[in-house]
Design a protein around this ligand. Structure first.
Ligand SMILES: Nc1ncnc2c1ncn2[C@@H]1O[C@H](COP(=O)(O)OP(=O)(O)OP(=O)(O)O)[C@@H](O)[C@H]1O
Ligand SMILES: [Mg+2]
Length: 255
């Protein structure tokens, strides 16, 4: 199996706010790899460094130091080439509120170089695939949080990336929409897409991820398949593993 992501000693520090001096070490030298075709979950409490790690892997943030190889390319190969091969759905989402969901997808498709007709056909395909017909043609500003989230996901795969980054894909979704997102992630995996996601839902990680890593205070504390981690920490559930490693109980409204 070849790696789709490989990091060695990846670090990121941020300057503290104005007048404070000093630095926040958000990611303290993490080393891990993700195999092609797997769903890999990065778990950890608020402020652990998950989003910072994901933004470095997806070329949105320059590492302070360390090595990153993504989709066969070194970061030095240039963001543009890497971005063609990956999709990124941010924690905040990124749709234009005044356009409809469908037009947002068309807009994204054209950013990736598709012609109008091709972009429209791809948007139709995604609207069907994600069952979005009921609201695809009204402005995003009228959507519920869940409707927006599912459209974010559809926009993220418009160019059929080989690697998809999902930052908390199902936060704020009701159980039905969460199940819907899970179904789509599984479908993508079955079609050979590699997925790197962060989540606070440990049942989600257990159900979706081939392997997970637990991060706390900028460091990787554990890594493995959900089953192996449960075995190693003599735990029945990932919640218990998480508690033993980080001392935190995961707040889990979906459970
Ligand atoms: N641009 C920035 N400037 C200064 N500090 C930052 C910046 N971005 C992130 N941080 C800090 O880095 C740390 C890690 O943040 P990050 O967003 O990666 O956490 P997270 O694991 O994604 O948390 P959450 O679960 O809340 O999304 C936090 O202490 C955060 O305040
Ligand atoms: Mg985050």
């Amino acid at each position: 199996m070849s790696d789709i992501i490989r990091t060695v000693n990846l670090r990121k520090s941020f300057k503290k706010g104005r007048g404070q001096g000093g630095e926040v070490l958000a990611v303290k030298g993490v080393t891990f790899s993700v195999e092609k075709g797997e769903v890999f979950g990065l778990l950890g409490p608020n402020g652990a460094g998950k989003t910072t790690t994901m933004r470095m892997l997806s070329t949105l943030l320059t590492p302070t130091s360390g090595e990153v190889k993504v989709a066969g390319l070194d970061l030095s190969a240039g963001a543009e080439e890497i971005r063609r091969r990956i999709g990124y759905v941010s924690q905040a989402g990124g749709m234009l509120r005044d356009l409809s969901g469908r037009d947002n997808v068309i807009f994204q498709a054209k950013l990736y170089g598709m012609k109008q007709k091709e972009a429209e056909a791809r948007a139709d395909e995604l609207v069907r695939l994600f069952h979005l017909e009921a609201y695809a043609d009204r402005p995003v500003s009228t959507y519920s949080g869940g409707q927006k989230r599912i459209f974010d996901l559809a926009s993220g795969i418009v160019h059929k990336p080989e690697l998809l980054f999902l930052d908390e894909p199902s936060t704020g979704l009701d159980p039905q929409n969460r199940a819907h997102v899970w179904e789509q992630v599984k479908k993508l995996r079955d079609q050979g897409t590699s997925v790197f996601l962060t989540t606070h839902y440990l049942d989600e990680a257990d159900a979706l991820c081939n392997r997970i890593a637990i991060m706390d205070k900028g460091e990787l504390m554990a890594e493995g398949t959900p089953e192996a981690l449960k075995g190693k920490y003599e735990a029945k559930t990932l919640d218990e593993v998480f508690l033993k490693i980080t001392g935190h109980i995961m707040w889990n409204p979906g459970a």
